[in-house]
Unconditional design. Structure first.
Length: 380
């Protein structure tokens, strides 16, 4: 049986361990999968540039030049994955019922295989009449997006498709996030001496109650038409040292999911306001908050031609796309902030970040064929 070369490439990508070492210390990282992608692009006749974003963590950018000057279209996807805890054979791609299982199959090696397959089809089918296609395989999206930051520092495009999994819908917006650390301070003392001690954990309880009320308030506000409401949750809490001792410190990590149009730093401002109110109520209350990390939400300009064009060509190859929003964050926000209008379009599947991750094989083919048709229309 003849195996579709794009699906064979997908199998090769899933078989390569590219777990992000910033998430799992000592993990393999993206070097090996980058070599496979670079070899694929060279074999397809593209000009390839490999750039070390961090030691052993390279971006691969491949370019297909048209015969005449024209617009630049970018396909972009990340090649790192989350860890493999709980998986028996994470790097042994397995076909079952039209699905391909393995770590990274859906998130997002299926989309990466589709965009690389599209570039090969375009190159071997006579190239582009004009313009330029950039195919970017970047590192570190699952942690701090070092790869996308490095990409936009050097490469520009008139539009981009990020091939994250969207069930072959056209995603035009997604949420952002802010990670905030809050610390309360008390005074250590023997557990039998309440007048000497001050309990930092109980003081954190006051903050937790107010954060819960804030979350209810956020989710009661008018929803974004594609993204729903903003939200927050308490992610990690730590404090105390032993049973018979008043804890002098307690730390809480909170994630605040943000929407387009919200003020920058909204989550940190909310946390600081809660602490200020508690200090006004209790002069002994001690605590502070800081922003650990964050990324902005994203929404493409509704008047841009890309979503309509992609919807039209996806329909022409047999998809039934809707224009949607995604709750998770993606590198599209970095591309958009750099002046590259971007949408998300990728194959369907399930099991993101779980032991049962899979991608729909036929969706990978449809995604590839859509990207080919989009590029030809874009460069017309």
């Amino acid at each position: 049986m003849v195996i579709d070369p794009t699906i064979r490439l997908l199998e090769d990508l899933v078989a390569i361990d590219s777990v992000n070492p910033s998430l799992v210390p000592g993990a393999r990282g993206e070097a090996e999968v980058a070599r496979r992608i670079a070899a694929e692009c060279i074999a397809a006749g593209l000009v390839v540039e490999v750039t070390q974003v961090a030691p052993g963590r390279p971006n691969v950018v491949a370019v297909l030049e048209g015969r005449e000057p024209g617009p630049t279209l970018m396909f972009c996807g990340h090649v790192d994955t989350v860890g493999v805890a709980g998986m028996e054979a994470p790097f042994q791609p397995a076909h079952y019922g039209g699905r391909l299982y393995g770590r990274g199959a859906q998130d997002m090696k299926g989309g990466v295989a589709a965009m690389l397959g599209a570039a090969r089809v375009l190159s071997e089918g006579g190239g582009l009449p004009r313009g330029r296609l950039i195919v970017a395989a970047v590192v570190d999206e699952e942690h701090a997006s070092l790869g996308a930051d490095a990409l936009v520092a050097t490469w520009k495009a008139d539009a981009a498709v990020v091939t994250e999994p969207t069930d072959l819908d056209v995603a035009v917006a997604h949420k952002g996030f802010q990670w905030i650390e809050i610390e309360t301070r008390g005074r250590a003392a023997h557990g039998s001496r309440p007048l000497d001690g001050r309990d930092a954990i109980l003081r954190m309880g006051r903050i937790l109650g107010r954060l819960e009320a804030l979350d209810r308030q956020l989710q009661a506000q008018p929803a974004h038409p594609l993204l729903g409401t903003a939200s927050l949750h308490a992610s990690v809490i730590a404090g105390g040292a032993e049973m018979s001792r008043y804890p002098d410190r307690c730390s809480l990590q909170v994630e605040r999911r943000t929407l387009p149009g919200e003020p920058a730093g909204a989550g940190l401002h909310e946390a600081v306001a809660i602490l200020d109110r508690l200090r006004r109520d209790d002069w002994e209350f001690e605590g502070d908050a800081r922003l650990v990390f964050g990324r902005d939400p994203y929404e493409i300009d509704p008047s841009h031609m890309l979503p309509a064009a992609l919807t039209r060509v996806a329909t022409s190859v047999g998809c039934q796309p809707r224009q949607v929003g995604m709750t998770f964050w993606t590198d599209a926000a970095i591309l958009g902030a750099a002046g590259i209008p971007s949408v998300l379009f990728g194959p369907g599947g399930a099991g993101l970040h779980t032991p049962d991750e899979y991608v729909q094989v036929e969706d990978v083919r449809l995604c590839r064929d859509t990207l080919v048709t989009l590029a030809r229309e874009f460069m017309r």
